[in-house]
Design a binder for this molecule. Structure first.
Ligand code: PLP
Length: 382
């Protein structure tokens, strides 16, 4: 039934397949029958397989069992869920927060809950797919503004708003690693009385000494701001949260369909997140190591003339001219013990390797990556 579509994907070099891991997530992974230094995960702080995080999950597994068995509004929640929400509110400096099953579920549940037919959404053109789908699921009209272009957004807010405005943005753009101009977004939100929804999936645990993008800019949360963050990236666990004013959280608890009609996170994942967020709040050494590694990687790449685009974070793209060279470069690195899969359409317009560096990488790992890319460049691979 789908043969023709699959054939087309194959012909265009866009057919994707899944490579399963045979090891924990981490600095080194066993995949495709070999062991590789991993530059492809969002495990920024190396917490996916961290001793105390794993132990916290095991303890909760013994105490609470495997599944949560129901939606949060029935019997799915536990005291751990509540504790994590309090801790997240501390991390994000908000009055309240609520957990969701995943970042995808949060975005596709929250946006329709806060944007009805009387809302106009203003969405950055490079927002994550889950934000785009959240906008599509809502009954609001959506206006797309050019990536990070505040003049464009200003003009659109002035001309295109048909009701209550809602501005939606990633804090760190997941494929380019640049940071949204939140100071300007706050100013525009204030001057047009807009809500500002910030997806801090890649900022939480990374920016602002781990507290996220608002802290990075020195902005205190205000009632018109809603922060979403994931527990699956720097926190090394699974799930997501939304942090905002108490009234907003109460509204979401009653109206976000992906919360109301979906089974709660299992308690052991919540326990892992609790431990991870405690680490992020109390020990900044991992975040410091992450940024040292990020700086080491980027200066290494620049020293060999690699263009890292707009990257300002541990997400570092190597932009390439065509899909074929992205795939060939990824295979070349695999031969040298490095795992960095190619990213192509429809995820991105410009094919690339999306390198992510973590606190767990060593100087040698980064040196190997830079040397291998230099070799690939000298061979004319990109
Ligand atoms: C910016 C952004 N938002 C949301 C998500 C979705 O989060 P999750 O993987 O927890 O569903 C991702 C993850 O890939 C992301 O990069």
């Amino acid at each position: 039934m789908y043969e023709e579509g699959l054939e087309t994907l194959k012909r265009e070099g866009l057919l994707r397949s899944i490579s399963d891991r045979d090891s924990p997530q981490g600095r080194v992974v066993r995949v495709r029958g070999g062991e590789f230094i991993n530059f492809s995960s969002n495990d920024y702080l190396g917490l996916c397989n961290h001793d105390s995080v794993r132990k916290a999950a095991v303890r909760a597994l013994e105490e609470y069992g495997t599944g949560s068995g129901a939606s949060r509004l029935l019997s799915g929640g536990s005291t751990l869920h509540r504790r994590l929400e309090r801790l997240v509110s501390r991390l994000k400096a908000t009055e309240a927060s609520i957990l969701f099953g995943s970042g995808y579920a949060a975005n596709t549940g929250v946006i329709p809950a806060i944007a009805g037919g009387d809302t106009t959404i203003f969405s950055d053109e490079l927002n994550h797919a889950s934000l785009i789908d959240g906008c599509r699921l809502s009954r609001a009209g959506t206006v797309i503004y050019r990536h990070g272009d505040m003049d464009h957004l200003d003009g659109l807010l002035r001309r295109e708003c048909r009701g209550r405005p809602l501005i939606v943005t990633d804090s760190v753009f997941s494929m380019d690693g640049d940071i949204a101009p939140l100071t300007d977004l706050r100013r525009l939100a204030l001057s047009y009385s807009a809500l500002l929804y910030i997806d801090d999936a890649h900022g939480t645990g990374v920016l602002g000494r781990g507290r996220g993008a608002l802290a990075h800019f020195g902005i205190s949360p205000e009632p018109f701001m809603i922060q979403m963050g994931t527990l699956s990236k720097a926190a090394g666990s699974y799930g997501a949260f939304v942090a905002a004013d108490g009234g907003v959280i109460k509204w979401l608890t009653n109206t976000a369909r992906t919360l109301v009609y979906s089974t709660a996170l299992p308690a052991h994942l919540v326990a892992a997140s609790l431990e991870a967020v405690e680490i992020i709040l109390n020990d900044t050494s991992l975040v410091e190591r992450l940024w040292d590694n990020r700086d080491r990687l980027v200066s290494g790449l620049h020293s060999i003339g690699v263009d890292t685009g707009r990257s300002e974070t541990p997400i570092v793209p190597v932009l390439l001219e065509e899909t074929g060279s992205a795939v060939r470069l990824s295979e070349f690195l695999l031969d040298r013990g490095i795992y960095a899969p190619a990213i192509r359409k429809p995820t991105v317009r410009i094919p690339r390797l999306r390198l992510t560096v973590t606190a767990a990488h060593t100087e040698e790992d980064i040196g190997l990556l830079v040397r291998s890319l230099k070799e690939a460049r000298d061979c004319g691979l990109f």
